[in-house]
Design a protein around this ligand. Structure first.
Ligand code: AMP
Length: 365
């Protein structure tokens, strides 16, 4: 497809994926006068409820993909686990941003870590694991504790096994169901942070400042800004995220999750070429939030200001946490965001609350 750099308001943005990230992207797009056509399986999805148009189909449905592509001026993604053939097919009909290469680099943990290291950026030490024998050798090399993760389709701590001193390796390997895996050395971190960077079709970039993330059971629980980082590491975190976005020639958003180690280094854990849960704080702290930056980048508009106006704690509403929604409506500094999911399940992301504080007045931990 011939690259058309600027897509004016009134154009249609296609979004592959129809969850909450697609929903919040479609809302931001609507504010700028764009229409969104969302694509994904499952009726009454969070994104479908707010989009101009929805196609309900599987990600490998070629006929549905072609008619979807033909109805859009540009196509993007709200998650990265899309079959290669589908992205290729879309690209034959419409501009796809970010490119297949960006998705490919972040779909598979081994490819991702090799790419990051090739950019001169540190990850935890790692070894590919395709058999029990590989796992035994990798554990001998990387020691215990270490973490075994499937290379693909893992998110929110799913497809992972912690290898403790007493862990039986055969059981741990069996828990990966023979899927190609990677063993990672355990990082004894002080904190986890993430940076979301936007990069537009003309190479302009902006980065939101790092958020400090707290996970519970492998799922993001809170993100706090400002992060408690020593001088110099804020700039270093931004430099890392921007370097990765530039090296992959990304058009769109890149979220980069990092560990701040006890000896004050930054180590990249993983990255995602799309809006990210740890960027939801931007909705109530920045003039142009991550979803608006995403739309601007994908449509070739100038990027907005990422200046932060207040301190903020984002709290995820996971599973039945969402039942407290009336309480949040009574808190003057709480901004409630619900995703419109019709059924509540344990571990399911149902919404989030942004607790807003004046600059410098975050509650003490
Ligand atoms: P992931 O799915 O890779 O983001 O992992 C989920 C969470 O597990 C991370 O946010 C960390 O809290 C923890 N974790 C993942 N990898 C490591 C590691 N190599 N060392 C220590 N903790 C980790």
């Amino acid at each position: 497809m011939a690259e058309q750099k600027l897509l004016p308001p009134g154009s249609t943005i296609g979004i592959i994926g129809n969850g909450q990230l697609g929903r919040m992207t479609a809302l931001a797009a609507a504010r700028l006068g764009y229409m969104c056509h969302v694509f994904g399986p499952g009726q009454d999805s969070p994104a479908e409820q707010v989009a101009h148009k929805a196609t309900v189909a599987e990600y490998d449905d070629r006929d549905a993909l072609v008619s979807f592509a033909d109805s859009c001026d540009v196509v993007t993604f709200e998650f990265e686990n899309i079959p290669h053939e589908s992205v290729q097919l879309l690209s034959e009909h419409v501009n796809v941003r970010p490119s297949w290469n960006c998705l490919h680099l972040s779909q598979d943990r081994l490819i991702e870590k090799n790419f990051i290291n090739d950019c001169g950026i540190d990850t935890a030490p790692f070894k590919g694991v395709d058999s029990l024998d590989d796992l035994e050798k990798a554990v001998n090399e990387l020691g215990r504790p270490s973490i075994l993760k499937t290379t693909r389709m893992g998110y929110d701590g799913k497809g992972q096994a912690l290898i403790r001193p007493e862990t039986d390796l055969e059981t741990a390997y069996a828990s990966m169901s023979n899927a190609p895996s990677v063993l990672e050395g355990f990082v004894d971190f002080q904190r986890e942070i993430s940076v979301v960077v936007a990069r537009s079709a003309c190479g302009q970039w902006t980065a939101f400042e790092p958020a400090e993330n707290n996970h519970v059971d492998g799922i993001l629980d809170t993100s706090t800004v400002p992060a408690h980082l020593p001088d110099g590491l804020i700039e270093e975190a931004v430099r890392i995220a921007v370097t990765l976005a530039e090296k992959m020639d990304l058009i769109g958003l890149l979220a980069v999750e990092m560990f701040h180690t006890k000896d004050d280094r930054l180590i990249v854990n993983e990255m995602a070429p799309r809006p990210h849960n740890s960027g939801h704080w931007t909705q109530d702290a920045c003039y142009s939030d991550q979803f608006e930056q995403f739309v601007r980048a994908v449509c070739g508009l100038p990027l907005g200001s990422v200046e932060r106006r207040n301190d903020l704690i984002m709290k995820n509403l996971i599973g039945f946490d969402v039942e407290k929604w009336p309480d949040y409506l009574n808190e003057p500094n709480a901004k409630l965001h619900l995703y419109g999911k019709s059924s509540t399940r344990r571990g399911r992301k149902m919404g989030h609350v942004n607790f807003v504080y004046p600059l410098g007045e975050l509650p003490k931990e």
